[in-house]
Write a protein that binds this ligand. Structure first.
Ligand SMILES: [Fe+2]
Length: 348
């Protein structure tokens, strides 16, 4: 590793800079501004992508009717067969428990900055055997998912967790994701008011609480209809939670983006490794990601800090240029530097 020099002191890559703003554990003062700007750009990008994906599906299947889910915002009739249900339930309990961390999400993904789900759910890491079984199940229900959603379907992230029993106070809410994104829940042990469930306010005005036997699954528009948890009073309830997006082809490969990962802010389609397609130079993934981050930073008013080569020049106070901060204080130095940028921005 190269030793830091005066020339590169205070420089960091835009990716690193963005990550430090995002990580809940860093408590960056830039986060609100950065996050609000990115959300607006993300909504716009997902809106356009989703409109194109819906249109593409309709042109592929001209006789397809209106998407099932559109009328109420909820499809709750999914049922797996007994054999698959038993296998998923058994394999679920063989998956090791994974500690929750609010910082556990991959770059470029939406996340809950409050980390509020830690006490609600106990997360697990999928074993290869569980993934294989779940992959089979998803292949089976893929045609149904397309019909329900009215578009080809791609998985954005997936988690498995048990809803912890105990008294909770749940509030009606929307998830405030781009509205075309959806959640698929598969309940290998079933779902009802005793095990804990989810209540929905449907587009028809009706309120329902999801119920179903072991192997039940349902899809809902988590940002179009209000919903809230219903507390579990008995035993933990195993849940497979999968985030879905409109796509130009159905791709139900599982993606683990961390326990606190929601959806990618920008709808770039992942291509299968077997694809012969190669990205044109201008749209190489790393270049696209960098341009996206630059645009977010510019719209958030942070453009003055970004150099031509995609590095962020951090302001270094005069006294620190002469005497480098001790390594133990690195986190606080980063926070001070970010605070400096914020003060400069606010004073403009
Ligand atoms: Fe929610």
């Amino acid at each position: 590793m190269n030793a830091p020099t005066k020339a590169n002191a205070g420089r960091k890559s835009l990716r690193q800079f963005a990550r430090e703003i995002d990580l809940p554990s860093m408590h960056s003062p830039l986060f609100p501004r950065w996050s609000q700007t990115r959300s607006k750009l993300s909504e716009l990008a997902w809106d356009l992508h989703s409109a194109n994906a819906y249109a593409h599906y309709r042109s592929t299947y001209p006789n397809a009717g209106a998407p099932h889910i559109e009328r109420t915002g909820l499809y709750d009739q999914g049922r797996l067969n007994a054999e698959d249900t038993e296998a998923l339930n058994r394999l679920f309990h063989e998956c090791p428990i994974k500690p929750y961390s609010a910082d556990d999400f991959v770059e470029g993904y939406n996340f809950d900055p409050t980390g509020s789900l830690e006490s609600y759910n106990t997360y697990r890491t999928m074993t290869p055997a569980f993934e294989a079984k779940l992959g089979q199940v998803l292949q089976q229900i893929a045609p149904q998912l397309e019909e329900i959603c009215g578009h080809h379907v791609r998985i954005l992230s997936s988690q498995i967790w048990s809803l912890n029993p105990g008294p909770r106070r749940y509030q009606w809410h929307l998830d405030w994701w781009p509205v075309a994104l959806k959640k698929l829940f598969i309940l290998p042990g079933g779902i009802d008011e005793m095990m804990g469930s989810t209540a929905f306010r449907l587009k028809t005005g009706e309120e329902v609480i999801a119920q179903g036997p072991p192997g039940a699954w349902f899809v809902f528009e988590n940002s179009a209809i209000e919903h809230k948890g219903v507390e579990s009073s008995t035993v933990p309830r195993p849940t497979i939670s999968i985030h879905l997006a409109p796509s130009f082809r159905t791709d139900l490969r599982l993606v683990d983006c961390g326990v606190n990962a929601g959806y990618p802010f920008f709808p770039v389609e992942a291509l299968s490794e077997s694809s012969a397609y190669r990205d044109p130079e201008y749209f190489r993934r790393d270049r696209l990601d960098l341009r996206t981050l630059k645009r977010v930073a510019e719209f958030a008013g942070l453009d003055v800090t970004i150099t031509e080569d995609g590095m962020v020049q951090m302001p270094v106070p005069a006294q620190e240029q002469q005497a480098p901060a001790p390594p133990a204080g690195l986190a606080s130095v980063v926070r001070r530097k970010l605070g400096g940028i914020r003060r400069r921005l606010l004073s403009r």
